[in-house]
Design a protein around this ligand. Structure first.
Ligand code: HAM
Length: 431
């Protein structure tokens, strides 16, 4: 038995799993590129206050899920539980607003929350996401949803449900919060002391409680969608219009409850029914006050983040094949001892162009074929030596069995059409 184990709620991503991760990451990058989003990488830890300020002190994340520690100088640092606050911090700190009116950013990386581990819920998990900072316009909200949807679609996922809502803004939310507080007071008897206190201080947070006892209370609560001011209602109507224009199906829901306090106006989530309780593949929304709350100039923003483990789980459970668009794979083997000294330089030449693996020592053909199959080779290069040191190379197509010879001098050029043919037969494309 292994003496040391991965910490609870974390996982190794082993070579057997990595192809899915790389496929997912590549798809994310391809779609982000097409939409003109640029990658940003921020540190995995930040000043604790960055998160308490932005996510909100009444949220589950800040109250009980952060990995916070003091460094040797007594500064409080926290492993990032999410990516929006760090990106907003970097946006302000690097003065990005000066270069571009609208910064379109994306990220991929690990996040940390001390949650109770279960299916779809880990303590170290990975998100990809976007933050578009600089525009209040509804089309940017719709574009965020479109990018997320497009990535999931490119991954072969269907059965998606896009849930759209609004949490209003500084104009209409306070009035709504008051009426929600009033309503919750009428149902105080089913609440714990803690919930009662929360209902007074931050009643919106009651709406994202998963306490079964509160479910009927939450279901009967007044809807913010009925309380939106004209500007917020018009903003939401435009988001819906743009989504309709690009044929993204969605439902409007008053109960898109996000677990973070920084949202204004648009909020959304994309769910997949395959996941059960933790059905959100991701979510996001608009945060028009976050940048100014963190000390920057007033700058509106919108974005989303997706849970990568959850997306991979759905793809695995539905058996969606995520074929890596890998190039051709070659396997080289000597057929006699005279050929053996030539293998090392041949492999080196081939690797400047393709994947190549091989045997340095002569083995019988059956063993060579076994090794070539294990390397998932498309073409097997059998190298025959001669007393004069010349080598002859015959190429066997592992699928069709077809055999050809190529010259060592022009090996790359002569292999090119054979490689192309092998890829076409396998239905793959080159990277
Ligand atoms: P979030 O809803 O807290 O939003 O997280 C987004 C997604 O991350 C979730 O829907 C879920 O798929 C995944 N996720 C969250 N916690 C875990 C966990 N413990 N284990 C596995 N997956 C998890 C945010 O993080 C916001 N920063 C999104 C955003 C970006 N809003 C605006 N811009």
């Amino acid at each position: 038995m292994a003496r040391y184990k991965v910490p609870r709620g974390t996982k190794d991503i082993l070579p057997a799993d990595i192809r899915r991760w790389r496929f997912l990451e590549r798809t994310v990058r391809t779609v982000m590129d097409r939409f003109g989003y640029e990658e940003i990488r921020t540190p995995v830890f930040e000043t604790t206050e960055l998160f308490t300020r932005s996510i909100g002190t009444d949220t589950d994340i800040v109250k009980k899920e952060m990995y916070t520690f003091e460094d040797l100088k007594g500064r409080s640092l926290t492993l990032r539980p999410e990516g929006t606050a760090p990106v907003a911090r970097a946006f302000i700190e690097s003065n990005m607003a000066r270069e571009k009116p609208l910064a379109k950013l994306f990220y991929i990386g690990p996040m940390f929350r001390r949650e109770r581990p279960q299916k779809g819920r880990y303590r170290q998990f990975h998100q990809f996401g976007t933050e578009a900072i600089g525009s209040p316009e509804s089309y940017v909200d719709a574009e965020s949803i479109e990018i997320f949807y497009e990535i999931l679609r490119s991954l072969g996922l269907d059965g998606l449900s896009v849930r759209l809502g609004s949490v209003g803004d500084g104009n209409c939310r306070p009035g709504y919060v008051d009426s929600l507080r009033e309503y919750l007071r009428e149902h105080e008897s089913v609440m714990t002391d803690d919930q009662r206190e929360r209902a007074e201080r931050n009643p919106l947070r009651i709406l994202d409680s998963n306490d079964e006892n509160l479910a009927p209370v939450i279901a009967g609560a007044p809807s913010i969608l009925d309380a939106l001011c004209d500007d917020c209602a018009a903003h939401l109507a435009k988001v819906k219009h743009y989504l309709n224009q690009v044929s993204i199906p969605f439902t409007q829901e008053s109960s898109v409850v996000r677990g973070l306090d920084y949202y204004t106006r648009t909020v959304f989530e994309i769910h997949h029914d395959q996941l059960g309780a933790q059905s959100a593949l991701g979510g996001g929304g608009r945060y028009d006050r976050l940048v100014s709350d963190l000390g920057g100039r007033e700058t509106p923003g919108v974005g989303f983040a997706a849970g990568m483990e959850r997306i991979i789980t759905v793809a695995e459970e539905l058996g969606i094949p995520w074929e890596e668009r890998a190039g051709v794979r070659l396997f080289v083997a000597p057929v006699d001892s005279e050929a053996e000294p030539g293998i090392f330089p041949i492999l080196s030449t081939l690797r400047k162009r393709w994947f190549a693996d091989g045997n340095y020592q002569t083995k019988n053909l059956k063993t060579v074929l076994k090794h070539a199959n294990r390397a998932r080779a498309d073409l097997l290069l059998l190298v025959e030596g001669s007393a004069g040191g010349e080598c002859a190379v015959s190429v066997k197509n592992m699928k069709s069995g077809e055999q050809t010879t190529v010259s060592l001098e022009n090996i790359i050029d002569e292999l090119e059409p054979l490689a192309e043919q092998a890829l076409a037969e396998a239905g793959r494309e080159e990277n």
